[in-house]
Design a protein around this ligand. Structure first.
Ligand SMILES: [Zn+2]
Length: 208
């Protein structure tokens, strides 16, 4: 993907996520891996008003090459790219329902959301919850590296999801699926639910 196309796609996806309430204020960040480096939203940027000319450009090692100062959460994106070599886009949101699930005390940290629908299994797959780290704490990096080798999405405790995909559009669709599944899970908590069986999940062959 060339630089101009990547900038346009980030602007369009950011506006769409913001307009639909998936992220508010200046929270959340988007990135794309291009031929020239990693394009990421600058610090304190509202995803609803991304200026394509001011996006930060980082090297794969995290060196700031051009544009505005990157988000202090950029290292989460770099960690995803390092181990998920087929992914070219990463999204991190403070989406309400996913954050609510990230704050629950009685969930399985290895598999935080039940396989409620086939779409969730196909687009996202199993999601582990990582421990709590203060925003920008580099100690989160090894935890993300370890989990992202086997999972498209990880949920940071008391914070929110980080998700990688092949394209920015696929990443946006998948994180929306994760957010909707978190909402369904919260809606059905306390009710006897029937998640998909292990056989049904296996038939869906998630592309993690
Ligand atoms: Zn965050």
């Amino acid at each position: 993907m060339n630089d101009t196309t990547a900038r346009e796609r980030l602007v369009s996806i950011g506006a769409s996520l913001f307009a639909r309430g998936l992220t508010g204020g200046s929270s959340g960040n988007l990135s794309v891996r291009t031929d020239d480096g990693i394009l990421i939203t600058p610090t304190n940027t509202s995803l609803g008003r991304i200026d394509p000319a001011r996006l930060s450009v980082l090297s794969a090692a995290g060196e700031h090459l051009s544009g505005d100062r990157p988000s202090k959460e950029a290292f989460l994106h770099l960690a995803m790219y390092r181990v998920r070599t087929d992914d070219h886009a990463v999204v991190h949101l403070h989406a309400t329902n996913a954050v609510a699930v990230s704050c629950l005390s009685d969930v399985d940290d290895d598999d935080v959301l039940p396989a409620l629908t086939p779409y969730f299994v196909m687009r996202v797959g199993k999601v582990p919850r990582l421990p709590y780290f203060a925003p920008g704490d580099p100690a989160a990096e090894p935890a993300v590296l370890a989990a992202a080798r086997r999972h498209r999405a990880v949920l940071l405790a008391n914070h929110g999801p980080v998700l990688g995909a092949a394209t920015p559009e696929a990443a946006a669709d998948a994180i929306e699926e994760l957010e909707e599944t978190a909402r369904l899970y919260l809606l059905t908590r306390g009710m006897p639910i029937r998640p998909l069986t292990a056989e049904q999940v296996a038939e869906l062959a998630p592309r993690e």
